[in-house]
Design a protein around this ligand. Structure first.
Ligand code: NAD
Ligand code: WQD
Length: 339
């Protein structure tokens, strides 16, 4: 079966392509390289011994996308491609709405025209905002996200739900918590493009001396050590969840339900300080930090209830925080050899 993977050379996409290839799927990648680099494609081939088909173009170019669907018998899509920086989305809202929504709609137009089903969407825990009760289940009420980025994810989900109902196609909305780590081969991971806003890439760069200090955004939260708590899920585990979700869409072709929704996290919350300490312990390095004021828009605590994914996808995250953080350091070492 051939699966279109948009954003397949990006962070989560590249790990998922590896798992798809290892599971015998044919993969067709569309990625405009706006937030990644071409060497990731070669490294996917080194890891798997297989070369996915790759088209380097922007999904907003509808005519090129149509050509891909004409050239390949596409059986499903995992749609990762999007802009994802929360802070940037506030100052470039039109670009975020345009890229994240038009790209999605262009693919759905092709699906609609060709009777293709099986669509997996990269959604985010950001659409729950600060939930009242932990852990967060799929039934936890959604809040209107504060960021433009978050709104594009909530709108994307709504568009897909309407699409599934109107055209009777199967979709899966995967709400990731905080993905971290890199492939155990050390050959693919999150590329450090620009100044990272996410915690783990910043920790990685601080430990390696690229940044002087980590700024910890607030230690006056109502948590055990005062720093904010998140659910950090290992990217290879997350990638495997996509294969499980895809197989369920494909195998369950007679099922009544058209819309699958899963929270993908570990079920455990870790504070910022716990992440820093775990990184230091896992890699035997120091991470200098200073406590700063809270970051605007941040919430206190979020962690998933992953039981639905465990029950229906037979998936659960298996990799510890420390082990995940060890792979981050291996990836940094690999990047050092390239510079
Ligand atoms: P990423 O930036 O590493 O990957 C996205 C890829 O899509 C990049 O390679 C980029 O070049 C490509 N791309 C972007 N716009 C494109 C376009 N118009 N046409 C073709 N290619 C395009 O991001 P990621 O961390 O791998 O995230 C993947 C998806 O998961 C995104 O939709 C993101 O919003 C979502 N998500 C990410 C996180 C996270 O913390 N990383 C959490 C929840 C959800
Ligand atoms: C984690 C914790 C920070 C950087 C974001 C998006 C969310 C999702 C995942 C896409 C917070 C603290 C961070 C730093 C710090 N992405 N921190 N110093 O904010 O939970 O979620 O990424 O969908 O939508 O909002 O992740 O990694 O930015 O922060 O103290 O330099 O680390 O305040 O408590 P977040 P994050």
């Amino acid at each position: 079966m051939a699966i279109l993977v948009t954003g397949g050379l990006g962070y989560i996409g590249s790990h998922t392509v590896v798992e798809l290839l290892n599971n015998g799927f044919e993969v067709v990648i569309v990625d405009d390289l706006s937030n990644t680099e071409r060497f990731i494609l070669n490294n996917i081939e080194e890891i798997t011994g297989k070369k996915p088909v790759f088209y380097p173009f922007d999904l907003r170019r509808k005519e090129l996308l149509t050509q891909v669907f004409d050239a390949h018998q596409i059986d499903g899509c995992i749609h990762f491609a999007a802009y994802k920086a929360v802070g940037e989305s506030q100052i470039r809202p039109v670009d975020y709405y345009e890229n994240n929504l038009f790209s999605l709609i262009n693919i759905l137009q092709e699906f609609k025209a060709r009777e293709i089903s099986n669509f997996i969407f990269s959604s985010s825990c950001t659409i729950y905002g600060q939930a009242e009760v932990m852990p967060i289940t799929e039934k936890t009420p959604l809040k209107l996200p504060e960021s433009v980025y978050g709104k594009t994810k909530q709108m994307g989900e709504e568009i897909l739900i309407d699409f599934a109902k109107a055209y009777h196609r199967k979709i899966s909305l995967l709400r990731y918590f905080n993905p971290i780590g890199a492939h155990p081969s050390g050959k693919i991971g999150e590329l450090p493009i620009g100044v990272p806003s996410n915690l783990v890439p910043f920790v990685m760069q601080t430990a390696s001396g690229v940044r002087e200090k980590l700024n910890i955004w607030g230690n006056d939260y109502a948590t055990e050590d005062g720093t904010a708590v998140r659910d950090y899920v290992y990217v290879v585990d997350l990638a495997k969840a996509h294969v499980a979700a895809l197989k369920k869409l494909i195998d369950d072709s007679s099922a009544d339900s058209l819309i699958d929704i899963y929270n993908l996290g570990t079920g455990n919350g870790s504070s910022v300080l716990e992440v820093v300490k775990a990184f230091e312990k896992a890699n035997n390095v120091e991470v200098p930090y200073q406590i700063c004021a809270r970051r605007e828009g941040d919430i206190t605590i979020a962690y998933a209830d992953p039981q639905k994914a465990q029950k229906e996808l037979n998936w659960k995250s298996e990799t510890s925080l420390e082990e995940s953080l060890r792979t981050v350091w291996e990836w940094q070492k690999y990047l050092n050899t390239r510079s």
